[in-house]
Every structure is written in C-alpha cells, then in structure tokens.
Design a protein around this ligand. Structure first.
Ligand SMILES: [Zn+2]
Length: 823
C-alpha cells in the first residue's frame, strides 16, 4: 500500500497559529497522481501546557470526491475555508458533512481547545482519573477529540510543537524532530489509512533497540527508566511470537509509552501503559503481549464500528489465554472466564456479543472479552488447529488497514474450513443466554463381552443450542474421550466400554461457553460484586470504621440493610456482605474471625442455606485500612478470601472447584463391608472405650437399637470408666429433674411428670426404660442435651436469625453445615 501514498511538496505555507504563539511552518501535500481512496488530513498543533491548551489547523483533501463527515467534537473552530474561500459548516453533534471537495482543493480548519486544569504536582490524586485526553505540565495524552478527524478511514500526517523538555509519540513509521525556539517540532508520518490519530508527550527518557529493521523504543519517565530493558526484551519476544502466529508486523516502529494516568491501550506503532501499571511485576507477562497483539488486530485490521468489536475477544484468546495454555493452565483460565460471566452477566437486559463495542464495566468485559474468547476457542475446537491457524493468517492479510466485522471473520473461517459456520456464529453472537447442560445415566447394560452405558444429555435452553460436548468416561482401565453433537433438548448416547465407567464427566476441560454447575462455581469475590441485588449490613456502633467503606459499596450497587431485618429467608435468598462484628448469629456460620491486627480482611462463603448464593464478611482494624483497598477489590474477583495490610495483599485464598459436570454412575453409590471384616460389639467397645465422646445412633422406635446402646453403656461401666449418658429426648431446662431422679430423690412417675416427657418427646417410654433404670441403679449421670422445643420450633419456622440473645445461649457456638440433608 505504500506506493499509493508517495507525498511530495507542492508549496510551503507559513502560518501563524495563534497571535502570541510560535510560528510553525508546515508543508501541505497531496497524492501524486493516483486517486487516494480515502481523504487525507494534515494537522499542525501547538501545545501550551501552562494553559492546558492546544491550537492548530487542519488541511483536508479528498481526491475521490465522495462526500464524507468531519468530527470536530468539542473543538472550538476558527475560520473554515475551501481554497481560501470561507465557509460556514452546519455542525450537528460535533460533526459536519463535506459534499463538495475533490481534486487538489483543500479544506482548511483552524481550531483550539482548552482542557481541564490538570497539574499533578498540585493535585497528585488527579492521576487516577486520567484515562482519556489531558494536557498538563507533567505530560500530555491526546487520544480523541483534540483535532478534526474524518469519520471512517483517512490518512493522517501530524506536525506538533511541544515543550523542548518533552519527547512526543504518535502513530508513525517515520518521525523527525527539529528545535524551534523553546519548543521542539515533531513531524509524524503514518502511511496507512486510519480511523484517527493521537499525540502523547512528556519528559521521557528513551531507550531504543533494533530488530530486523524495526525500531523498538521505551518512553519511560526518568524514575522508571531502569525497567525499560525488560520491556524491550519482552517486546521482541511477543513480536516474534505473533509474526509466527498471524503474519509480518505491519509497522516500522514500536514503542512502549508510559502514561501518568492508569491506562492500558494498544495503538498503531505504540502501546500506552499507565506508570503504576508498568510497575506491576506481571505486566510484561500479560498485558504487554495483549497490547502488542492489538498491533495486528484492532490497529491494522480495524474494528468496523458498525459491526461489533471482535478484536478484544480474539486478542484475549491469542494473548492472555495462550500464555496460560502454554503453562498448561488453559482450562483454569477458561474456568475463570466462565465464573466471571456467571457472576456479572444476568438479568433482563443482557447485551449480546454482537452489541459489544468497548468495555465500560464488568458485564461488558465478561461478554466482549470472555464470551468472545470462548467463541474463538470453540471455533478452533470445531474446525481444528491447522484450519484455525490458516484462517487467522488469511484474515490478517486480507484485511490489513481495512475495516473488518464479525461477518468477515465468519466468511474467511468458513471458506478455509469448508464448514458452514452460520449457526455457530449466529448463536454465540446474537443469543444472550448460555447453554445449561446436565446429564443422567438412563441405563447400564452388559452385552456379550462388553458393557454399555446409556447417557441422557439434557439442555434447558429453548431453542436448544447446537454444541459439541466433550464427554469423558473414567474407568479403572483408563479414560475415554468422546465428543457428542448435541442440538436438541434431550439426547441419549450409548457408550460401549470394556468396564462400566466409575464416573462420567461432561466438558471437564471447560471448552464450552456454558453455565457452570454448583460444584464448578466456587465462592469468590466476583460473585459478591456481580450479584444483581446485593446488600451490606452494618451495626450503627461500627460506623466509624466501616461507614466510608459502606458508601463505597453503595457506588457498586450495594444497598444498606439493618441487622435486625435479616431473617433466615432473607439471608438464604440474597447476597449479603456483613461489615464488622455481628455477634453469634453470623459467627455460627463463619467461626470466630477476629479483625486483623492492622489490616483488613474480606471473605466470601457459600451460603449454607442456598448453594446458589454466597455471603461475605469484612473485618478491618481501621477506616484507613479499608480506604486503601476499596479501589482495588474489584480486580481480585477470583479470590475467596483476601487479607490486606496498608493496601497490600498479605494473604489470599481461592476455593478449589470441580472441573466439568459430573454425572453420577449408579453402581458407584453402593457401599458394603466384606463378611470377613465383621466385628463383635465387644471388640468395637474395646477400641472406642478410651474416647471422650462416643456417639451411638438409633432409630427412635426400634427397641433393638436401644438394647444395643444399653450393652455399650454396660460394657463401658463394667470396664470401670466414669461415664455419663447424654440424651436427646430431654431438654436442657429439665436437667435438675434428671439429677433428682438419678440420685434417688424422686420416683419414676415424678421424674416423667417433671421432665414433661409425654409432651416433649412422646415416643413410648418403655423403649428407653432399660437404659434409664440401669443408669439410676448405678448412679450414672444423665445429661439433657436438647434445646428447648420452643427454640427448635422457632428456628424451624422463623430461622436462626430470629432468636433473641437469651435464646441464642441455648445454641452451640459452632454448627457444622456440611450435612445438607440434616440442615
Ligand atoms: Zn485489548
């Protein structure tokens, strides 16, 4: 494409940019003889950092003569003229249409803009908000809305006067610098059509290395210059990697440029990384490669703004996902994408992937990066790696410096793989649900010399998705992997095997975009922050430490809820974050968790009442410790528990989760004991007699069970052990009545009346009589174990949270929630 744009000097024009500003000279230019298919824009600007201002002029030509639109955004325009004759453009929403510009005619626009006052020496905290364009005495970043641009593609050439202690960067294959008074004049030349242009400048130290005719530079602030070498070395690694995977690097220069603001942008010929970002040790292994890959996808193959953004998903898949896959952690990475998706994407108005343009929040990210990366993974699984790799190279070479949309990707991948991908792309791009899969064993069969299992696959979705489900059969002679094409609500597949499988797992490597089963969806911070309705609970007397943090939670969509309004029902059906101490009610679920000494801790737990919910706790030693973590928390969505000290993580935990949907195989659940292993009661008593607590189970109405219990009590007593017998059928307030009976102070009738046995337990007393009589005769103390029936009834009806403080005293401090049937 280079030959199309040979520029030559047609005239030298001297222009006064502003009355008091410096005078710069620019050379207007035009294409030689070929008709340029897109407009050409030459811009000259002067930067005035003291006044946060820029002023300049643009010369626009349009060889093709086709009408086009100019975006002037919030710029303040001076004179606008065509070939010297002033015109008055009619501007709507910052744009105006140009219909009569052709041949060598030049549209000339003067403009200026003043930016918000940004001085990081006076206001260091301003740097956190510098994600877009700004001009400051410490540097400037001009990304959009700073000079007139053409809607769609155009070729740009830029001249910029910047303070002479700054170095400047823009999209450019060639750059020249000349002094001009107290300023430096930069000329940037980028020979390919682009959707716009940027300008960055600051007091950088520049380190440069060469690689095969390519100039690679690091523009780092003086205090960070020591990191440049590592960034340069890693850049070479990524450039080599992506030249192998995609095709030749499309530019002659590449630079890593630091920004005072917290950005991570990939642009043509450079990447703009926040200063604080570059200091994080893992960036060279993650984001740097991602941004460099955008040189191919996004910054030479452009995203067609009308068609949805495919480049973040493709870049995530070929960068972030690839790096994990190279470490053998591909399925773990995909698992995390699915956890994020399930955490953040729900509710009525879920956007489709084809709606994704750019990331504005966690939901967009889970769709535009996560679901999109999974689309490319499923595409590779479907058409195979050789076809995928070949199609990727073709896509790049055919669309370099052009707009491309999802339909172009579909066309090229379908052509290369000779596969009809229409339904595949349609369902992953347009649908807003994800497959909800499950399976059960319908039958196990023994055939002559073989076994067989009939597996029924089910999906809840209507209409059903068309998916290829990996199914793994695990048996003692090995694992067998199958792929089942599944596009109905139900499908039965028969697998013939040597042995019956011990386990069947659907999609154990998480290769499908789908809903995670309960076992695959661990408690994690993302589930807390991503919940659609979420609450925090704070006691008034702890406002001092947690009040400010509560206000931060409200900006994330949490609502306040008073401690006494939390019923069991509310607790089990909502996502709640408890701030500070909440007494025994919550401690019973979490165990005693003291606040960290000088620090803050946030923990997420599975809700014991409802496996689809989580709840969280936050404990902090001070308000300051919480202030230091609030901005960071959202970045740590994958963790179950995090402990910070002075804003730094000192301890982190993740809960392990299952990979794949496990299908129980019926034969697996039968347990037995070999006849030879049967033991006598006596040998069991011998073994347990040294234990402090011995549990003896029973079915209440089986007399034989009670006689066995008596045998155990007798055996222990006869061995000379001092024992007491705890009984479930007596409630704690009646302990005195038991004591009086055992010590012979009351008779049996009085004992039964005093303990209200017939109102409170009701099972035939004769079932228990032999044990109780034996204990009385031998003065073995009886202990009433149960809570009062009034409390157990209240808990059953209104839940644990409904108990008063007085009633709470009857409940143990720790409750084991692991037995799902019992709770
Ligand atoms: Zn990206």
């Amino acid at each position: 494409m280079n030959s199309l744009y040979r520029f030559y000097l047609i005239s030298v024009v001297t222009l006064a940019l502003s009355v008091s500003g410096p005078v710069i000279t620019i050379e207007a230019w035009t294409a030689q003889s070929d008709k340029s298919p897109v407009p050409t824009v030459e811009t000259a600007v002067t930067i005035d950092v003291k006044n946060f201002r820029l002023s300049g002029e643009a010369f626009i030509e349009n060889q093709s003569g086709s009408p086009f639109t100019i975006d002037v955004g919030q710029l303040i325009l001076g004179a606008v003229s065509i070939d010297g004759a002033e015109i008055t453009p009619s501007i709507t929403d910052g744009r105006f249409r140009v219909t009569e510009l052709s041949g060598d005619s030049i549209l000339h626009i003067r403009f200026h803009r003043r930016f918000r006052e940004t001085d990081l020496n006076k206001h260091p905290y301003q740097r956190h908000s510098l994600t877009g364009s700004y001009i400051s005495p410490q540097g400037l970043v001009l990304l959009d809305n700073w000079c007139p641009t053409v809607d769609g593609l155009a070729t740009y050439r830029l001249t910029a006067l910047v303070p002479d202690d700054f170095s400047a960067v823009s999209e450019a294959d060639t750059v020249t610098v000349t002094p001009s008074g107290t300023m430096h004049r930069y000329r940037f030349h980028f020979p390919h059509p682009r959707p716009g242009i940027s300008l960055i400048a600051g007091p950088y130290r520049i380190s440069t290395i060469k690689r095969k005719g390519l100039e690679i530079s690091a523009y780092f602030f003086p205090e960070d210059q020591h990191m440049a070498a590592k960034y340069l070395e890693k850049s070479i690694y990524y450039l080599d990697l992506y030249e192998r995977i995609v095709g030749p690097y499309p530019f002659r220069r590449f630079a890593i440029v630091q920004n005072r603001g917290p950005t991570g942008y990939g642009l043509s010929t450079y990447t703009l990384l926040g200063q604080e970002v570059t200091r994080l040790p893992f960036i060279v292994d993650t984001s740097l490669g991602h941004e460099i890959l955008h040189s191919w996808f996004g910054n030479s193959v452009y995203v067609d703004p009308g068609q949805g953004n495919w480049s973040e998903g493709l870049t995530t898949y070929l960068a972030d996902h690839l790096y994990e896959e190279q470490k053998g952690l591909g399925s773990e990475y995909r698992h995390q994408l699915l956890i994020d998706y399930q955490s953040y994407v729900h509710g009525e108005d879920v956007p489709s992937l084809s709606d994704f343009r750019s990331r504005t929040g966690r939901t967009d990210k889970a769709i535009g990066y996560g679901r999109s990366a999974m689309l490319f993974h499923m595409l590779k699984m479907r058409i195979g790696k050789p076809a995928f790799d070949q199609a990727l190279k073709k896509f790049y070479s055919e669309f370099c410096f052009k707009y491309a949309g999802w339909n172009d990707i579909e066309t090229i991948f379908a052509r290369v793989s000779r596969d009809d991908l229409g339904l595949f792309f349609h369902q992953w791009l347009e649908r807003t649900d994800v497959p909800v899969l499950s399976a059960r064993i319908r039958d196990e069969m023994t055939l002559p010399g073989k076994k067989a299992v009939a597996l029924e696959l089910m999906q809840k979705n209507d209409p059903p998705y068309s998916v290829r489900v990996p199914v793994v059969l695990e048996s003692s002679c090995g694992n067998y992997r199958h792929v089942v094409d599944f596009n109905t609500r139900k499908k039965t597949v028969v697998f013939k095997t040597e042995l019956l499988p011990k386990k069947i797992i659907l999609d154990p490597e998480l290769e499908l975009m789908r809903s995670l089963s309960a076992g695959e969806y661990p408690p994690a911070l993302s589930r807390l922050f991503g919940a659609e309705e979420k609450y925090y609970v704070l006691n008034q007397d702890q406002q001092g430490i947690y009040g400010q943090f509560a206000a931060f939670l409200e900006t994330l969509g949490f609502s306040s809820r008073s401690p006494d309004s939390i019923s069991d029902h509310f607790f089990s059906s909502n996502t709640i974050l408890f701030l500070g101490d909440h007494g025994p009610t919550i401690e019973r679920l979490t165990g005693k968790t003291p606040s960290p000494v000088r620090g803050a801790k946030i923990t997420v737990r599975a809700n014991p009442f409802n496996s689809s919910q989580v709840f969280g706790t936050v404990k902090s030693s001070s308000r300051e410790q919480l202030r230091q973590i609030s901005r960071k928390l959202l970045h740590y969505g994958r963790y179950t528990s995090l402990t910070f000290r002075n804003g730094k993580i000192i301890d982190k935990e993740t809960t392990p989760a299952a990979s794949g949907i496990e299908v129980p195989v019926s034969g697996d659940s039968v347990h037995g004991i070999a006849a030879a292993d049967l033991r006598t009661l006596q040998s069991i008593v011998d073994e347990i007699s040294e234990s402090t607590v011995i549990y003896a189970g029973e079915q209440h109405d089986l007399y034989s069970h009670h006689l066995t219990q008596l045998k155990i009590i007798k055996a222990l007593h006869e061995k000379g052990h001092e024992i007491s017998v705890g009984l479930e059928m007596f409630q704690q307030p009646y302990q005195n009545a038991l004591d009086r009976f055992i010590t012979g102070k009351t008779d049996e009738v009085t004992f039964l009346r005093e303990t209200e046995y017939f109102e409170r337990w009701r099972f035939d007393y004769r079932l228990y009589r032999p044990i109780i009589s034996y204990c009385r005769k031998n003065r073995i103390p009886l202990v009433a174990l149960n809570v009062p029936a009034e409390i157990s009834r209240k808990v059953a009806r209104q839940g644990l949270m409904s108990l008063t403080e007085e009633e709470q005293r009857h409940i143990p401090d720790d409750i084991d929630w692991t037995d799902t049937a019992y709770r």
